[in-house]
Design a binder for this molecule. Structure first.
Ligand code: HEC
Length: 133
């Protein structure tokens, strides 16, 4: 009996602590922590636009993006069917977000520069690339 009450008390305390943490962590405080959630919320059309704006096509061939015909980096055709990102990370929305956020962190010395993208742009670009099959 006493043990059960103790367990309940601990569980309640845990929940309270978690909600307190949640309240302290207002949206926008830690955009990185939100990236996985954004992955599913990414908008492919906005991603295509961001790809254009950031000039990804100056290094990549990307279907559906005007003038994206360069072969400096690998072509991004059929992206949704790829197994690996830059030969290192298993291809998933989450890992692609990680790559786009900071390729130099994933693969130091890579010829792909780290580009200044917002978390939203990263999610949108990810959504667009995953429409390519
Ligand atoms: C200056 C040239 C350059 C620019 C600009 C550039 N990339 Fe890259 N990108 C590369 C190179 C080179 C690689 C191969 C890197 C490696 O394997 O280490 C690469 C790799 C990638 C990969 C993984 C490809 C694969 O086959 O595994 C993706 C996805 C990608 N880039 C997307 C983008 C997007 C989206 C942008 C624009 C936000 C962008 N890149 C801008 C040069 C560039």
């Amino acid at each position: 009996m006493r043990v059960r009450r103790l367990v309940t008390a601990v569980a309640v305390a845990g929940v309270t602590t978690l909600s307190a943490l949640g309240a302290a962590c207002a949206p926008g405080d830690s955009p990185r922590a939100e990236s996985p959630a954004l992955a599913s919320a990414g908008r492919p059309d906005a991603g295509r636009e961001a790809i254009l704006v950031h000039g990804c096509g100056s290094c990549h061939r990307i279907p559906g993006v005007p003038n994206a015909r360069s072969l400096v980096g690998p072509p991004l055709d059929s992206w949704s069917g790829r197994s690996f990102i830059a030969g290192t990370l298993p291809n998933s929305q989450e890992n692609l977000q990680r790559w786009l956020t900071d390729p130099q962190e994933v693969r130091p010395g890579s010829a792909m520069p780290t580009i200044d993208l917002t978390d939203e742009e990263v999610a949108d670009i990810t959504a667009y690339l995953f429409t390519l099959d």
